[in-house]
Design a protein around this ligand. Structure first.
Ligand code: AMP
Length: 525
């Protein structure tokens, strides 16, 4: 009797994918129309209904104000952060501030927390999987970028919960990609995961030794991706139209949306064929009111020439990751390609040249992360092991994504758990009172690599409260900081004298109030 299958979900910025291990082999799960990739988009329609996934992608083109794209860029970030500010400038939908630093999207007068939006995408993935497998599925492994901090991981887990999913593990995307290629167990190597998606680029250097996946170095640009090729081509189309008809296309967002759509289609076509016809009907009118079309032929080489610099930018980031790890391309054993944009022949060719070697691309780059997550899910329940994939037998061990520490008196970041420490791991520290009869002690916790505390991400504050009245310095509380197998921070505290557990309450600074979370739970059920 086999156990309940576990979903492996790649919850992406642009697209998501779900896979599951059944009878020893991995299935990437298609939707009703045969599509194995879903857009990570949620559209709120006028009649109150909600579209999610590929259907919502169409809607987001015509109604961008009521459609949430790229929720992953916002999740777990504080409202005042630079990332949220830049998204508020570039995205047509409204992002508003909650009571503290948490963010909500506001659509048609209703507020949704980011985990709710991501939860809707996850629910869609779960529904697709259940229809395919023919049974309810509750458990899942969800992937996140290697540099996601505690809050972003917590909020991703909450998104799963709101989708009715028990998230049994959160793993790093590059680790999942490596697992899909059978790394782990006895297969040891130093690998580069080159992940070029729709809107983001990430490079991760991983050391895989005896089931431990250590992120040696990671770097990325969260505004560099397939979108840039589409933009480049859309602009070229505007120039071509001007040349053909001597008509300047004005700044109409609807026209721009149409051009972007055709540009993306043409880009994909040029992945398959050498030449493509760019054709857009009735893009504008001439002076007499007659419709004007845009039509020209583009070949792969010409398109490549126009876009080389975009790919070149990824190598500057690879240089940075290698430099930080004090490695050169010769030190790498393997390069794995992840993300839809790595399908482009231009990208493949240039990546090969940069790394000076053949690259691993046999596993579909859109599916490789979900496949790795499904393999890990199967390994965690010790069932449905994948034949020939040794990684499945291994309980993988990730490492702490960022250093965890507290604010010391002198505003210096006191590191308790170093970045890259194998997880799960813990560290204890004794705290005491500085005033007589002090009733509570608060400790600020941060994640990051800077010695200056303010330059790191503030995770929240631990309040040790209800302390016994005593002269200062007499109360001793031992606080244990743990990073669990998901990379999540868990804090517990104990009164050293009485041995009693002390309530340690961490309020995540970019998280939501317990009331808000209760409301989300109520809405999702
Ligand atoms: P991801 O974020 O990994 O899902 O990647 C999405 C990006 O990959 C989008 O910019 C797509 O346009 C791009 N993409 C997907 N398939 C292809 C293809 N066959 N050729 C070129 N780009 C593609």
């Amino acid at each position: 009797m086999s156990l309940e299958p576990v979903l492996g979900v790649d919850l992406g910025t642009t697209n998501s994918c779900v896979a599951v291990v059944l009878n020893g082999s991995v299935h990437v799960i298609p939707d009703e129309t045969g599509d194995s990739i879903q857009a990570s988009v949620v559209s709120f329609l006028e009649d109150g209904s909600v579209l999610v996934g590929n259907q919502a992608r169409q809607e987001s083109v015509v109604d961008p104000v009521n459609s949430v794209v790229s929720a992953k860029r916002l999740i777990g970030r504080s409202f005042d952060s630079e990332q949220i500010r830049s998204i508020r400038r570039s995205m047509p939908y409204r992002v508003v501030k909650g009571r503290q630093q948490e963010s909500f999207v506001e659509i048609r007068g209703q507020k949704f927390a980011l985990p709710e939006v991501s939860g809707m995408v996850l629910r869609r993935m779960k529904d697709i999987a259940e229809a395919y497998v023919g049974q309810p599925i509750r458990k899942a492994v969800i992937t996140v970028p290697a540099n996601f901090n505690d809050t972003q991981r917590q909020m991703t887990k909450l998104a799963g919960e709101l989708a009715g999913i028990d998230v049994i593990r959160v793993i790093n995307e590059p680790t999942a990609a490596a697992l899909a290629y059978g790394y782990g167990d006895d297969v040891n190597a130093r690998i580069a995961i080159y992940d070029f998606g729709g809107g983001t680029f990430d490079i991760t250097l991983l050391d895989v030794r005896k089931n431990v996946f250590e992120v040696v170095s990671t770097a990325g640009d969260s505004f560099l991706g397939g979108d840039d090729f589409d933009d480049r081509l859309a602009r070229y189309m505007i120039a071509a139209f001007k040349k053909q008809h001597d008509v300047a296309l004005d700044d109409d967002p609807f026209v721009w949306g149409r051009l972007k759509h055709v540009a993306e289609k043409t880009k994909r076509e040029l992945t398959e064929t050498d030449k493509a016809i760019v054709m857009v009907h009735e893009l504008a009118q001439d002076e007499a009111g007659a419709p004007l079309d845009l039509r020209f032929q583009l070949d792969r080489k010409g398109f490549g020439e126009r876009c080389k610099d975009i790919v070149q930018r990824t190598f500057l980031i690879c240089d940075e990751a290698l430099r930080n790890a004090r490695l050169t391309v010769q030190d790498l054993d393997e390069v794995v390609l992840v993300g839809g944009s790595t399908r482009m022949p231009l990208v493949r060719e240039m990546v090969k040249q940069y790394f000076g070697r053949e690259v691993l691309a046999e596993v579909n780059p859109d599916e490789v992360v979900a496949i790795g997550a499904a393999i890990q899910g199967a390994a965690l329940v010790q069932d449905h092991l994948v034949e020939g994939n040794t990684g499945a037998h291994a309980l993988l061990l990730d490492v702490a994504p960022q250093s965890l520490g507290i604010q010391s008196v002198s505003e210096i970041f006191e590191v308790l758990i170093e970045r890259n420490a194998q997880i799960p791991c813990e560290r204890t520290q004794v705290f005491t009172t500085t005033k007589d009869n002090q009733e509570s002690v608060s400790i600020r916790i941060f994640q990051g690599e800077s010695r200056i505390v303010a330059e790191n991400t503030r995770l929240g504050e631990i309040e040790l409260y209800g302390l016994r009245p005593a002269p200062r310095g007499q109360i001793q509380i031992e606080v244990t900081f743990e990073i669990d197998a998901n990379g999540l921070v868990v804090v517990t505290a104990r009164d050293l004298e009485t041995g009693r557990a002390q309530a340690a309450h961490v309020r995540v600074s970019a998280g939501y109030d317990p009331d808000d979370i209760d409301a989300m739970r109520a809405r999702s059920s």
